[in-house]
Design a protein around this ligand. Sequence first.
Ligand SMILES: [Fe+2]
Length: 95
Amino acid sequence: MLSAFCFLLQWHTATKLAEALGMSEEEVRFIGLSAVLHDIGKNVPELLPVFNLAREFNDAERAFAENHTWVGVAMLQQNGVSEAIQDMALLHHPK
Ligand SMILES: [Fe+2]
């Protein structure tokens, strides 16, 4: 699980980049929230060890890892987070 420092670093880095690109205040806030929440689907306590393995994933582990975007969307939906942020969580990995 990421530490509070990691979340703050993600927020800071993303928002400073967005500001440097001339984005509006609303866009900067959206980018910051997206940076912090895009991998929320990895934060399932029973499954976190999968992401800390020092070896290659087996098939079951790989399947979970590849589905963390959908897990994240479900978590965000359950907590009333905007669809735009949900889309960022779902689409942050290239297919
Ligand atoms: Fe991810």
